[in-house]
Design a protein around this ligand. Sequence first.
Ligand SMILES: NC(=O)c1ccc[n+]([C@@H]2O[C@H](COP(=O)([O-])OP(=O)(O)OC[C@H]3O[C@@H](n4cnc5c(N)ncnc54)[C@H](OP(=O)(O)O)[C@@H]3O)[C@@H](O)[C@H]2O)c1
Ligand SMILES: *[C@@H]1O[C@H](CO)[C@@H](O)[C@H](O)[C@H]1NC(C)=O
Length: 353
Amino acid sequence: MPTTNSTSFALAASLFTLTLTTYIYKTHRRTSNLTSIRTSNANDISHIPPCSTESTEERSAPVAVFLGGTAGVGRGMAEAYAKHTNGNAHIILIGRNATNAQAIIDSFPKPTAPGAKHEFIYCDATLMAECKRTIDDLLQRLTTINYLVLSPMFVRSFHKEETSEGKEPKLVLLYYARFKFTRELMPLMQKAKEAGEDAKVYIVGGPGLGKRIDYDDLGFSKKGYSFWKVRRQFPAYLDVILQEFAAQNPLITFIHAYSGPVRSALADNLEWPLFRIFFKVFFELSFPFSHTASGEHMLHAMLTMAKHPGVWSIDMFGETMPEQKIVVATERERKMLWEHSIGETVAPESSTS
Ligand SMILES: NC(=O)c1ccc[n+]([C@@H]2O[C@H](COP(=O)([O-])OP(=O)(O)OC[C@H]3O[C@@H](n4cnc5c(N)ncnc54)[C@H](OP(=O)(O)O)[C@@H]3O)[C@@H](O)[C@H]2O)c1
Ligand SMILES: *[C@@H]1O[C@H](CO)[C@@H](O)[C@H](O)[C@H]1NC(C)=O
């Protein structure tokens, strides 16, 4: 069966990529030093406005939103951010697992600055209706967002699945939900920028890992879904859409980062027990980054490397990637993907309140 073949092929290719990146990591000459990254993060964060030392200001706490902050890379970034701000930030974790969220929030240093607080918002981001509800809530309650970190993912199987809204949930988490959050929260990012503060969107994905986008079949609805196609094209969707976002929002910083192999919760929900165990063992034995280490590297890219507005492509050490590795889309291609993404992310009628 072609789907089974392409799935096996996709798996083999993914494992090959991961093994290769692990090898690159292990032979990395500059042996990236976690301690020095951590020190530089702690130092750099105190120079970024608004910072906790200016607590006389009416709104001193920066606002950081983490969709996918309840596990893995997003959790690592949220924890590193909380630690380096001494908890003096408004940190919002979005996901589904309230127990995990509470445990993470409990581990943060307690906030002392005005406006600083830590909260969890439940959102099943595979559903556009839920995304809309969450975004509306944020638009209503917040005046600015400084950092919007997007890393949600959930893998039960590699086959095509369908949400109650008729969409493929993996595609939604990898791309459409991220698009919707970025587009619709943009007013709050603009406000941060107008106040002279950081305004950065951070997507955990795979810059340069996608090859050609098939513009005749955006969303894989015409020619059919396969995990291999998704793996080949989706990273490029993110590269290209950030180019369009940057063109529309010249003051905002957009970052697309490859986390590299991280010992995360990504394989925990695979439906085949054998696969789950195999991946779990493979992750634990060969993946070089803990979520904590990855969080520091990714945070370093967000705070320090991405210095000015535009699109930044970041590798697993938090460093900028060579430009020629990234697909550069034409304006026409960017517009096609933009229109497609708008169409796919409309919340169903019944959810408009
Ligand atoms: N780990 C790696 O080796 C690796 C390598 C390359 C790229 N990446 C990419 O990095 C990104 C993050 O992966 P990770 O390893 O951090 O994964 P992870 O540990 O499984 O974390 C995924 C996060 O997404 C959230 N999530 C899952 N389903 C959701 C839903 N329906 N609605 C809202 N949130 C949902 C989870 O929270 P809840 O359970 O609370 O919903 C969790 O916070 C993914 O795009 C992945 O493809 C990872
Ligand atoms: C939350 O995650 C933990 C493991 O980290 C799991 O045991 C628990 O069942 C999850 N809860 C929900 C509601 O998914």
